[in-house]
Ligand binder design. Structure first.
Ligand SMILES: [Zn+2]
Ligand SMILES: [Zn+2]
Length: 406
């Protein structure tokens, strides 16, 4: 027994010496265990992908109970419906392996062959009457060079779905129904008698005094006054006037608009034209309501106020000037709205690129959270479309996501 024990010790020593000579390092012996891949990083390992090791390898765990470990890193794949090797940034799925018809690229914004929904302008939604408000189709070329067909919309700008005015109350004792609204700092204010009475306080400037000793409010009352008071370089004689241009001043006006029948998305949005060096190349008109009234560029409220005039909007968000006729600066929900059956916000008109414009809030009173820089987004029912800005912001949409008719 003793000999056997000694032999065993000697044998062990020889093995140890041999072993350390061979490895020439100081590692202590270890017991290898099985480690399971945790590709999705949830701490649970994939039972079908393992390795033996003493120490836990990077990306592996001892657990082997992950039922859905893909043993790969999922990446985003973009639909390439037109087979040009470029993927559609708006249609994607996550997968380990490249799905059929999908590519890693996401730079294809060409609609050709895309499965994206594109909705044509529905001519029948406009309240055209065939005389004062007509719609015909004409050949047209869009801003991106697309040669296509446009609706040519000719209107006298008179809404047939609601009254125009009132704008200026007569006396500081008048209630809200005697006047329109004013937009300031994102808020909509009723222009009632009290608003006029309170203007010096509201704007922190005692120059404001828009009424006489009887409380009667100074209001333009001729076409000439309307034209003069609306001039940015208004004379001092029009200071402290409420500017009210009446429908009777603009009965001879007609406006002609071109809107592509089929909207064409662009890689880069089109900025609207504005006065001054910051203006974009696009149109200044944002779009049209179904009654043919334009959703116009922001009212120059700073210039209006700087001249100590007030040019209120009526409750529909519109007012009149001699060049443009009746036009909107805010969407207040008064003009025709097409309700949607799925709880989506109602449709209020079309932008100049032929994409539809919807109200800001859905049936639950909520604004979409995924709007792009133009205030647009996409769904499969409506295609690309806009949601209008809050009325108090003196704005509708921020840019055009599609080409407009030149
Ligand atoms: Zn205006
Ligand atoms: Zn929407």
């Amino acid at each position: 027994m003793k000999n056997t024990f000694l032999i065993a010790i000697m044998l062990f020593s020889v093995i140890s010496i041999f072993s350390s000579c061979k490895d020439d390092d100081t590692d202590t012996p270890c017991t290898e265990t099985t480690w399971y891949e945790d590709a999705d990083g949830d701490g649970l390992g994939n039972p079908d992908s393992s390795q033996e090791a003493c120490d836990q390898p990077e990306g592996y765990v001892a657990d082997n109970t992950d039922p859905d470990d893909t043993s790969c890193a999922e990446t985003t794949w973009y639909e390439d419906a037109d087979g040009d090797g470029l993927g559609n940034p708006n249609v994607s799925q996550e997968a380990c392996e490249q799905p059929e018809g999908y590519v890693a690229d996401n730079t294809d914004t060409d609609e050709g062959g895309s499965s994206l929904t594109v909705i044509d302008v529905d001519e029948a939604l406009f309240l055209a009457d065939g005389t004062d408000f007509t719609i015909t189709t004409v050949d047209c070329t869009l801003s991106d060079g697309t040669v296509t067909i446009c609706y040519q919309i000719v209107t006298n700008g008179v809404p047939t779905d609601h009254d125009m005015g009132p704008w200026c109350p007569n006396n500081i004792a008048d209630g809200a129904d005697a006047g329109g609204i004013w937009l300031e700092g994102g808020e909509v204010y009723d222009v009632d008698g009290a608003f006029i009475e309170n203007m010096a306080t509201f704007y922190g400037d005692n120059t404001w005094l828009m009424y006489d000793g009887n409380g009667d409010i100074y209001t333009t009352d001729t076409e000439e006054d309307c034209g003069n008071a609306a001039n940015p370089n208004v004379g001092e004689e029009y200071q402290n006037f409420c500017v009210e241009c009446l429908p009777s001043y603009v009965t001879d006006l007609t406006q002609t608009y071109l809107i592509p029948v089929t909207p064409v998305r662009l890689d880069t949005p089109v900025d609207f034209a504005m006065m001054g060096p910051m203006g974009g190349d696009g149109p200044s008109v944002r779009g049209l309501a179904f009654n043919g009234v334009r959703f116009d560029a922001a009212a120059p409220t700073d210039a209006i106020l700087g001249a100590y005039t007030l040019a209120p909007f009526d409750d529909a968000g519109g007012h009149i000037n001699l060049a443009a006729g009746y036009h909107y600066h805010a969407a207040t929900g008064v003009s025709t709205t097409i309700d949607q059956t799925d709880g989506h916000a109602g449709m209020i008109g079309y932008a100049m690129d032929g994409h539809a414009i919807y109200a800001r809030l859905d049936a639950n009173g909520e604004e979409p959270t995924d709007l792009d820089e133009c205030r647009g987004h996409y769904d499969d029912i409506r295609g690309y479309h806009y949601h209008v800005d809050a009325a108090g912001n003196n704005n509708f949409i921020n840019c055009l996501g599609g080409a407009y008719a030149n």
